[in-house]
Design a protein around this ligand. Structure first.
Ligand SMILES: [Zn+2]
Length: 244
């Protein structure tokens, strides 16, 4: 759960402006806040927030065509509008992945947290999580319900897991790009940088022993999904090793 007071306060304001919606809608929020939205220009950065002479504008680069990513960038800029007093923001690497891979500034971090919490409310997600280890189908269901990307939903679901035993790892080829884990205190040094299995030769779901032993003891349930090309997401669950 998010415990940053300014992010929680901003989400509360957002929800009070567009209440009782089926899905959190950043387009509607922009309209209510009288923020003009421009999405048809290719920009150097993912998005901009410009507040000038009483006018408020959010620009999202036309190169961002994915619907859920576009919603994330708009929400990120709204986060700046609510929480940060500057009149101009230009934002790169806008995504919830950047919170776990890039050492971004406090304001960028908070804007990403706002977007993630506004679009995927922790309480609503928590309410539909099973009382067992997560599997890929659970994450697909969340992505379907909230109309958000599988990756965003995977990060959120693992963070809120009821069993606190899952890890999601993202490999490009065999190189680790990022991971998110429910295991408190799991340090990067224990997560294999080079994937210990040949992802292409694996069954989508299997139980294995001895492969992920720096993170888990005994048998691990391993589920693999090919995101695109050589990009792979691996979901693990089992008995965590704690490295406190
Ligand atoms: Zn930003």
């Amino acid at each position: 759960m998010i415990n940053n007071p300014s992010v929680l306060h901003a989400v509360e304001i957002a929800n009070s402006i567009v209440p009782n919606e089926d899905l959190p809608d950043p387009y509607k929020l922009c309209a209510e806040l009288q923020i003009d939205l421009v999405t048809n220009k290719s920009l150097k950065k993912d998005g901009y927030l410009v507040c000038c002479n009483g006018n408020k504008m959010i620009f999202v680069s036309a190169t961002i065509t994915n619907k859920s990513r576009k919603k994330f960038v708009i929400s990120h800029e709204i986060g700046h509008f609510f929480m940060h007093g500057e009149s101009l923001y230009g934002c790169t690497n806008v995504s919830d992945i950047s919170n776990i891979t890039i050492n971004s500034s406090r304001q960028e971090h908070e804007a990403n947290l706002f977007a993630s919490e506004f679009l995927l409310p922790s309480l609503s997600v928590k309410n539909i999580l099973p009382n067992r280890d997560l599997c890929i189908d659970d994450i697909k269901m969340i992505a379907h319900i909230f109309k958000m990307s599988f990756t965003s939903c995977a990060i959120k679901a693992v963070a809120l897991s009821n069993t606190e035993e899952e890890t999601v790892l993202y490999y490009e080829g065999r190189i680790l790009k990022w991971y998110a884990s429910a295991i408190r205190g799991l340090k990067k040094v224990f997560v294999p940088n080079r994937c210990p299995i040949n992802l292409m030769a694996q069954q989508p779901v299997c139980c294995c022993t001895g492969v992920w032993e720096s993170m888990y003891t005994g048998t691990v349930r391993q589920e693999i999904i090919n995101i695109y090309g050589n990009q792979w997401l691996v979901l693990l669950s089992g008995t965590p090793k704690y490295h406190y």
